[in-house]
Design a protein around this ligand. Structure first.
Ligand code: FES
Ligand SMILES: [Fe+2]
Length: 463
């Protein structure tokens, strides 16, 4: 029987094998069947503010130059060009192995280092050495750089490698995109961004961040401050997870996501303790200084015995006022949207977004070469800043297993699972995954969708 969206909604238990993680043949097939057939998050608009600014985005064997061609907003201000010279195929912008792309500025265009063929920002050829040797056989079509579809969402530049007419980015994102639109991620800016080459398949890596089911064990120190029971829910290609209310006393329409009251008798204190612990051990992400400071003051600003709902409402109200005073305006997210938005989204196939009204903590994982045992893994934080106070950032490479100080305790704990999960799946004693139908549905949904693209690896009902 096929595993459908309804199977997931009904929380029926399923299993799936390890081929998608381990097989070199599967990894090769992804290059044709998966990546060139989905919208891919390539980078952020803020990285190319001026005409001629560019960054490279590599996926599998393809490399693209994402560049700004016009001032202003909207997708027409940007281009995605394949990073390959039309002459004999030399890469135009060299992306060093082990780097995370190249960012630069070129006012005029691109010149190939091999024989000097040149291109303008639109990819049109502007110079061919000794072009008379071709006796007029060359034309604009064959001598231009190849273009790729591009669109914008949430301040991200997405690319789509499909040549035939395919669904729009808006259609691809569906309800997930509509919900996250309320959070105005396009107005946020990089806070920090780090990456590593990690010894596990890209799916093993991204799945480590898809469910809070692991929190109780992997991040056990956090259980002193909160319970981590979670639901998860498919939204077609994408999916969401959120905390279930363990104690009804925690139920509130304010806050939401990671901004919630912790456990303990006094929500004025526990709210701060949980928020501070999360924030400080996850590399100052998934919250903001403003929210933490407003949480710290709850004890002084509210009388003892204030109900949890009022504590949360006061926290949000005072943080919002503090931000407004420094020029950071919160978007109004309707309470029903806030509730539906949950804690974190998986946008198929390879990105996770943990969102708040003033912050995002996100992850992206990509294949690394043809090796199913390696990936390029990135984590980054976005935040809403007063205009002109956005930090200047760039990708920082940090070793996942030895540079714990750069990643923080929580991410280091996650890294300490991923490679062992990947190794464990190779063990002939492993009989296939048994994902939690309630709490790990995002992962089941990812494999349901992967199977649609790949034509293999479909989850099976357990009984
Ligand atoms: S390969 Fe680029 S100019 Fe020859
Ligand atoms: Fe984790």
């Amino acid at each position: 029987m096929t595993v459908t969206a309804k199977t997931l909604d009904d929380e029926v238990a399923v299993t799936y094998g390890t081929e998608a993680f381990l097989s070199a043949d599967y990894a090769r097939a992804e290059k044709e069947k998966l990546w060139p057939r989905v919208w891919q998050q390539a980078g952020r608009v803020e990285d190319i503010p001026n005409v001629g600014d560019y960054f490279t985005y590599d996926i599998c064997d393809d490399s693209l130059i994402i560049l700004r061609v016009k001032e202003g907003e909207g997708k027409d201000c940007f281009r995605a060009l394949y990073n390959v010279c039309a002459h004999r195929g030399r890469t135009l912008i060299d992306v060093p192995e082990g780097s995370n792309g190249v960012r630069g500025n070129t006012r005029r265009g691109f010149t190939c280092a091999f024989h000097g063929w040149s291109y303008d920002l639109e990819g049109k050829n502007t110079f061919i050495l000794h072009d008379f040797d071709w006796h007029g056989a060359l034309n604009a079509d064959c001598t231009s750089l190849t273009r790729c579809r591009l669109d914008l969402w949430g301040g991200f530049i997405y690319i789509d490698q499909r040549e035939e007419e395919a669904e729009s980015l808006k259609e691809f994102l569906g309800r997930a995109g509509d919900i996250l639109d309320h959070f105005q991620i396009d107005k946020m800016r990089w806070k920090w961004r780090q990456y590593c080459i990690y010894p596990a398949n890209w799916k093993t890596a991204i799945e480590a961040f898809m469910e809070p089911y692991h929190t109780t064990t992997t991040h056990n120190q956090l259980t002193a401050y909160a319970e981590f029971y979670a639901y998860s829910k498919q939204y077609g290609l994408h999916s969401v997870s959120g905390f279930d209310q363990v104690a009804s006393a925690e139920a509130t329409t304010e806050g939401g996501g990671v901004s919630r009251a912790g456990k303990g008798g006094d929500p004025r204190v526990s709210t701060y303790e949980l928020a501070y612990e999360n924030y400080s051990t996850i590399n100052n992400a998934a919250s903001t200084d403003t929210l933490i400071e407003a949480a710290r003051r709850l004890k002084d600003e509210l009388p003892e015995g204030t109900p949890v709902g009022e504590v949360m409402a006061h926290w949000m109200k005072s943080a919002k006022a503090d931000d407004a005073a420094r020029g950071v305006v919160w978007p109004d997210v309707p309470p029903e949207v806030m509730k539906e938005s949950g804690l974190a989204w998986t946008i198929f196939p390879n990105t996770n977004i943990l969102h708040g009204v003033t912050f995002v903590l996100a992850y992206r994982a990509r294949p690394y070469g043809d090796d199913p045992d390696m990936c390029l893994f990135e984590a980054y934080a976005l935040e809403r800043y007063p205009e002109g106070e956005e930090p200047q950032t760039d990708w920082v490479k940090a070793d996942p297993l030895t540079e714990q100080d750069k990643w923080g305790i929580v991410l280091s704990q996650d890294f300490n699972n991923m490679k062992w999960v990947h190794k464990g799946m190779k063990n002939r004693g492993f009989k296939g995954a048994l994902p939690n139908p309630h709490q790990e549905q995002k992962i089941i949904n990812a494999h349901r969708n992967l199977a649609q693209f790949m034509g293999r690896g479909e989850p099976r009902l357990l009984k």
